[in-house]
Design a protein around this ligand. Structure first.
Ligand SMILES: [Zn+2]
Length: 305
């Protein structure tokens, strides 16, 4: 049994040509895990959700897919009777924002980086997956947006969302819970599987590595991380291991692309070879992941590569 199960259901729905409404979530259950005092993570279908429970309100980090909302609500109700006052989206992807409209209708304030609102407001192309994602309904759009960072005070807990530029997308936020030393990474981190890098929407492998280095710098051996995908709680050692993989593969691709190698030559060079056993058994097999990065990097301006 591998350490992490591939999040197949999550990505099948995110990247499938089928609309989410046509996907079957009926067999998905939501499992909650306590991460720290007042902090939980919920795993169902889609990104790992963070739940912060203060004396006065609850705060949600990401909300999976619309059909998952009743199951998320049940899981939240088993933990707290406080209302979900805020939903913060770590980025615009549908497996992290699909529940927005329903939570907003129930009274939550939707919050995200400026670019999340922009991306959700119109149709978006994800070229690597040959997919066009239709604009979200108005009721699903964040009503509070921020540029660099924003801080919330939830009961006794400080919730700080910090933007990291051009990483998984161009609107990523990590969420730092200072008092309890927990960081929700959003999709900067796919632990145990090669990560989606959304080049069509401002993402880059270099940016993901730089942002992951920031996670290492702002943490210590006791910090707990909730990654966007993969197991619900990991430590700094796992983040450092992920960073090493990103850095090594990025450096190799940069060199091969700089030498003018074709995609076929780059694939033949197997730039991910020693990482494949651990990272290549998830949604993106090695060749597919290398292809996405090659195409994204080869067409990016030098400064963004
Ligand atoms: Zn994502």
């Amino acid at each position: 049994m591998p350490r992490t199960l591939p999040a197949t259901a999550a990505f099948a729905a995110l990247l499938s040509a089928l609309p989410v409404a046509a996907q079957d979530f009926s067999n998905v259950t939501v499992e909650s895990t306590r991460v720290a005092e007042g902090v939980y993570t919920l795993k169902g279908a889609g990104g790992n959700v963070g739940l912060v429970v203060g004396d006065d309100r609850a705060f949600l980090i990401d909300d999976q897919y619309a059909p998952m909302v009743p199951k998320l609500r049940d899981a939240i109700a088993r933990i707290t009777d406080k209302p979900v006052s805020f939903v913060l989206n770590t980025h615009w992807h549908g497996d992290h924002t699909g529940g927005n409209e329903a939570f907003a209708q129930a009274g939550a304030m939707l919050v995200a980086h400026d670019n999340v609102r922009l991306r959700l407001s119109s149709d978006q192309v994800m070229a690597a997956f040959d997919r066009t994602v239709p604009a979200a309904p108005t009721g699903a759009l964040p009503v509070v947006t921020f540029n660099d960072q924003i801080t919330f005070h939830v009961g006794g807990l400080t919730v700080q969302a910090i933007h990291v530029p051009s990483a998984h997308t161009d609107g990523d936020a990590i969420v730092h819970l200072k008092e309890v030393d927990v960081i929700h990474t959003g999709d900067l981190v796919f632990y145990g599987l090669y990560p989606v890098v959304d080049y069509s929407n401002g993402g880059s492998l270099k940016g993901m590595a730089d942002a992951t280095a920031k996670l290492v710098a702002m943490s210590n051996d006791k910090t707990r991380f909730i990654p966007g995908h993969g197991p619900v709680v990991i430590g700094r050692a796992e983040i450092a291991e992920y960073l090493e993989m990103l850095r090594v593969v990025h450096a190799r691709l940069e060199k091969l692309i700089g030498e003018g190698k074709t995609l076929e030559q780059v694939l033949a060079a197997k730039p991910t070879a020693e990482f494949d056993a651990q990272w290549g058994k998830g949604f993106l097999p090695p060749d597919r992941w290398v292809t996405i990065n090659y195409q994204g990097m080869a067409t990016a301006p030098d400064t963004a590569r």
